[in-house]
Design a protein around this ligand. Structure first.
Ligand code: G3P
Ligand code: CA
Length: 259
């Protein structure tokens, strides 16, 4: 995987704000990523879901309940699946108050908005496509948006997914987008997708130094999900991962001597 434009100075570890950075701001919002950038994150990780009218929004859960006021705004629409609401409906929701009144009226961002705002900013985007039977054509929609916005994100975007086969669709249409696998794939599984997969994002519990060395020999990039605990972050840094996904970018930036 060619080093993404967001990569930290040589020898430094990339700090990637998980869900945009969810400790100090509401997850998957542009406000969260703005704060993460101020805290010296190199990139923001966001989750992509599809609306009823096939638009792409940044949202982690399949339902809108946990991170918006959807139950108050649309009380009769249980169980509030993202895929059952149009973009116009979702844009009416407050995606910040559940976290803190400071973020009242923060909106659920669209993928395009995130690309418009962050694409040329120097902040990288690690985008996770969330696959579900409710949104069977999400990969085609992602590919279409990425094709139209190439100039905004060039060199500064990586896609990741737990559904290892699905992103081949995106790869075929936008081959310059690096694809990274989630879910701790075995070396055997990686061989099966070696023609288009360029890295892995691993859960910290399962990262071993041995495995990282093996991935390096295969020229794969390695990201590890670390939460915010200092000992875990230090261990991963010692293993030589390329980047750390953290809900607390400020802490990782501090440990990687950026301050
Ligand atoms: O980057 C991987 C990670 O985001 C997967 O977990 O549940 O936060 O999307 P989740
Ligand atoms: Ca994610």
């Amino acid at each position: 995987l060619a080093t993404p434009a967001w990569a930290a100075a040589p020898g430094n570890i990339e700090v990637i704000a998980h869900r945009g950075g969810s400790v100090n701001a509401p997850e998957n919002t542009l406000a969260a990523c703005a704060l993460a950038r101020a805290q010296q994150a190199d990139a923001c990780e966001f989750d992509i879901q599809q609306t009823k009218d096939h638009q792409l929004v940044l949202m982690h859960d399949e339902t809108l309940s946990r991170t918006t006021d959807v139950e108050q705004v649309f009380p009769g629409r249980s169980p509030w699946h993202v895929a059952d609401f149009t973009l116009a409906e979702i844009r009416r929701l407050d995606a910040g108050s559940w976290f803190s009144s400071r973020y009242r009226d923060e909106r659920v961002p669209t993928l395009r908005e995130a690309l418009d705002q962050l694409g040329g900013s120097g902040t990288g985007l690690l985008l996770e496509v969330k696959h579900s039977p409710r949104s069977p054509d999400i990969d085609q929609q992602v590919a279409a948006v990425l094709q139209e916005t190439r100039d905004q994100w060039r060199g500064n975007l990586v896609l990741q997914t737990f559904d290892w086969r699905a992103l081949r669709v995106v790869h075929d249409q936008v081959p310059e987008v690096p694809i990274v696998l989630l879910g701790n794939p075995s070396l055997e599984q990686l061989r099966g997708v070696a023609d288009y997969v360029r890295g892995v994002t691993l859960s910290q519990r399962l990262v071993t130094e041995e495995y990282i060395k093996e991935l390096r020999r295969k020229h794969m990039r390695v990201y590890a999900i670390a939460g915010g605990r200092r000992p875990v972050i230090r261990r991963l840094m010692g293993y030589g991962v390329d980047g750390i996904l953290t809900s607390n970018p400020e802490r990782v930036a501090e440990l990687t001597w950026r301050r």
